[in-house]
Design a binder for this molecule. Structure first.
Ligand code: RI2
Length: 338
């Protein structure tokens, strides 16, 4: 938080457009707020607003209430690591806090810091990622990643003549958001169904996607279908770049934890009325898949571009998590000192 802005000013600033924790959680769950970066910023903002508005008698009560809010937010979508990482960063404001007001100020300050540095990271990655796009390149992207699109739009903005293939992204059709953005940026775009990737891969010079999580061994968890795109790109010897902020790297994979793949409701894939007539059919709807490191040529972060095999360095050196934090991570039952 800027030193000149005190908590009273914050109260005034946010009282008009505050979104409550349950409201934010619902919007993340139903994907009204979506995209790994956006949900992380929305969660940080909801915790900030909650911290500002809470009237509590003492520090343990304040902490307990904030933990409850954190748990509601983290439970909304299980795969994007940006969400628990953002909550972890904000809730670290309780570390060493002695008073309610002291904790409140630190929590609000950390939330503001996270939101701003997340926005800065998206901008910086666009600059770094655009350098890997050459004049004349045709790029394929899958799903709707503001970070991946940032790189593509920056390449176009800097005068490179580029063309894009964008997939439809069944079942939620995030490709529709992607083609709207590309269209509005004035970028020549081809819209294809997900299963047409192999038919067009020989027209493509580079694949760029975003990430929901990056594991310590450099595997990338992203929208379902990404691993098929990566496999196809590898077979065709087309380079694949993942554009991601460092807070999507998953610290707990260092101690062997696996990323949970969200499986969403069947009616996103098959209308309920039809499903009812097919008693022997089970609809499976995983929202994400895992692309192994060997299918990825480069991961572009705000800390620079790395080969996927260097993911540990980002977790350890850049994200700065200590071994104790790997073990503790975000534990809602962890109580503040004092
Ligand atoms: P940015 C999205 O998940 C997509 O999988 C996208 O590639 C990823 O988050 C990263 O998005 P969903 O919310 O943070 O559509 O780069 O399920 O915008």
């Amino acid at each position: 938080m800027h030193p000149a802005i005190n908590l009273c000013t914050f109260l005034l600033m946010y009282s008009m457009n505050q979104m409550s924790v349950p409201e934010t959680a619902e919007k993340i769950k139903n994907m009204e707020i979506r995209g790994a970066g956006r949900i992380a910023r929305a969660a940080a903002g909801a915790l900030r607003d909650h911290a500002i508005s809470l009237k509590v008698k003492d520090l343990p009560a304040f902490h307990a209430e904030m933990v409850r809010a954190s748990e509601i937010l983290v439970a909304t979508r299980p795969t994007a690591v940006s969400l628990p990482n953002a909550v972890h960063i904000v809730m670290a404001g309780f570390d060493g806090a002695k008073t309610v007001e002291g904790a409140r100020e630190k929590v609000v300050g950390r939330a503001e810091w996270f939101i701003q540095s997340s926005k800065n990271a998206v901008e910086n990655i666009a600059q770094f990622g655009a350098r890997h796009i050459r004049d004349g390149d045709t790029i394929l992207t899958h799903c709707n990643s503001e970070v991946a699109l940032g790189c593509i739009i920056e390449a176009h903005r800097s005068g490179k003549d580029i063309e894009v293939f964008a997939t439809e992204v069944r079942p939620r059709n995030q490709g529709h958001i992607t083609i709207r953005t590309l269209n509005d940026a004035g970028i020549r775009t081809n819209f294809i169904v997900d299963s047409a990737v192999r038919s067009f891969i020989n027209d493509v010079d580079l694949v760029i996607v975003g990430a929901d999580a990056v594991t310590v061994n450099g595997a990338v968890v992203n929208k379902i279908g990404t691993s098929q795109v990566a496999h196809t790109a590898k077979e065709a010897r087309v380079n694949m770049i993942v554009a991601t902020e460092t807070y999507k790297f998953a610290p707990r994979t260092v101690i062997g934890e696996l990323i949970r793949i969200e499986e969403r409701l069947p009616d996103e894939v098959l209308p309920e009325a039809m499903a009812k007539t097919l008693p022997n059919v089970t609809v499976r709807n995983p929202a994400f898949d895992v692309t192994p490191a060997e299918y990825i040529d480069l991961i572009v972060t705000e800390a620079g571009a790395i080969p996927p095999q260097m993911a540990y360095v980002i977790i350890r050196e850049y994200l700065g998590w200590s071994i104790e934090e790997f073990q503790k991570s975000y534990e809602p039952s962890h109580h503040p000192e004092g």
